[in-house]
Design a protein around this ligand. Structure first.
Ligand code: DX5
Ligand code: ZN
Length: 222
């Protein structure tokens, strides 16, 4: 089953609750929350209080993408605020295995994220414990960047590996995805699509979510 994870980075933060309810009512399964610290990435976004507030108003899966240095310092806090999926960058982890174990011990779903320059093989050792791998198709830090097609090769490789090893790990892709290129992303084996500009940056976020899901349905029927 394919899922859409609208990224709130492109939402209007002055009316965030309203925007999130709109995509929930339109059928989105996940809501993607980009946390940036101005250190691991050059930009600063939002953090714990926003996760806490969104937890109160939505039943969607809170998919928290931590673009922060030393993510091990904040796992408990994000779990406590109501995150469902905690994505940590493999490049930021001193001991990825330990962090994944910590996330799982808090009954949360664990995901490892890789930047465009990081090989997909860097997550293989952890796949048995991981619920999801997030492949960045842009340099993390900003919305509205151009899709890097190298991400598709990584997803195909990972998808083959997951299938051969009978694993259930989901593959998520983030950055530069629109209705115009989502089919090739699905073809590469990705099952969770992050979309910021294509949803909250569009004139009608509700219609945008519905159009993504109708593309997902047509893809399955082909
Ligand atoms: C970028 C973030 C993305 C961003 C995607 O660092 O991780 O989640 O919101 O935005 P679009 O869909 O506009 O590329
Ligand atoms: Zn993201």
């Amino acid at each position: 089953m394919f899922k859409l994870a609208p990224s709130i980075l492109s939402a209007d933060f002055a009316r965030l609750g309203e925007e999130v309810k709109i995509v929930e009512e339109a059928g989105a399964h996940y809501i993607h929350i980009d946390v940036m610290d101005g250190h691991f990435v050059p930009n600063i976004s939002i953090g714990l209080p926003v996760v806490k507030s969104l937890r109160k108003i939505t039943d969607m899966t809170l998919d928290v993408h931590l673009m922060i240095a030393e993510p091990e310092r904040y796992i408990e806090d994000f779990a406590e605020m109501g995150a469902d999926i905690i994505n940590v960058h493999v490049e930021a982890c001193k001991d990825a295995k330990k962090i994944i174990e910590r996330i799982k011990s808090l009954d949360k779903r664990a995901a490892l994220t890789i930047k465009p320059s990081t090989p997909i093989e860097s997550v293989y050792d952890y796949l048995g414990e991981l619920d999801m791998v997030l492949i960045m198709s842009v340099e993390p830090g900003f919305g509205g960047q151009e899709f890097n097609p190298d991400a598709l090769k990584k997803a195909s490789k990972l998808s083959d590996f997951i299938e051969k090893n009978n694993l259930l790990t989901e593959i998520e892709m983030d950055g530069g995805i629109y209705l115009s290129n989502v089919n090739e992303v699905l073809e590469s084996g990705v099952n969770v699509i992050v979309a910021g500009s294509a949803v909250f940056g569009s004139k009608n976020p509700s219609e945008a979510v519905k159009s993504f899901y109708s593309t997902f349905r047509n893809f399955k029927n082909n």
